[in-house]
Design a protein around this ligand. Sequence first.
Ligand SMILES: Cc1cc2nc3c(=O)[nH]c(=O)nc-3n(C[C@H](O)[C@H](O)[C@H](O)COP(=O)(O)O)c2cc1C
Length: 196
Amino acid sequence: MRKPAETSVPVAPAIAERWSPRAYDETAEITGAQLTALLEAARWAPSFGNTQPARYLVGRRGDPVFPRILATLNSGNQAWAFRASALLIGVMVTTNEKGEVPYTDYGLGLATENLVLQAVELGLIAHQMAGFSPDAVRAEFGLPDEAVARVAIAVGSPADPAVLDDPRRIERELAPRRRLPLAEFAFGDRWGSPAL
Ligand SMILES: Cc1cc2nc3c(=O)[nH]c(=O)nc-3n(C[C@H](O)[C@H](O)[C@H](O)COP(=O)(O)O)c2cc1C
């Protein structure tokens, strides 16, 4: 299913086509080459002073890591994310040899959006989640103090929304996507006065 962004002028196709589906094909597998492309896209994101705070834990459905990541998700996310082809945890490294790294959240966000857009470019779907336990990730995967698990990411192939098997969840999957109008988003000579 497509839910393209409604834009006043065309934008890059991967940006227009990206959204956050929950209906995943539980038989679809992600190839090693696809997974590598996602991680390469993330690795080449910009970061403050090239400090590169982003790291990822990666599990593919069928491998031993996948269920360990799945178990750290909250129950609402587990209910659909178990069908994904891969589950990742985005981690930010908050210190380096110079001390506290600035803008680590920002850096992980940039890297993760690169990863998500690369997934769309490959015909895959991706969905970011805050609904997981960073403490469980730390304990399960032995993260050091300076590594903070910040986001979970499901990646896979789309399925019919009917796989969600619950009228409310199907309705949510089909609901239109909404954004602020451009006039409330970009300002010109004063805060609140539209730039365009
Ligand atoms: C940091 C972050 C955390 C999110 N956490 C969750 C989550 O735990 N569960 C979920 O179903 N969706 C989650 N989402 C998805 C958002 O709800 C979704 O991106 C937003 O509603 C906009 O919809 P769109 O991505 O389809 O454009 C999260 C997205 C982001 C960026």
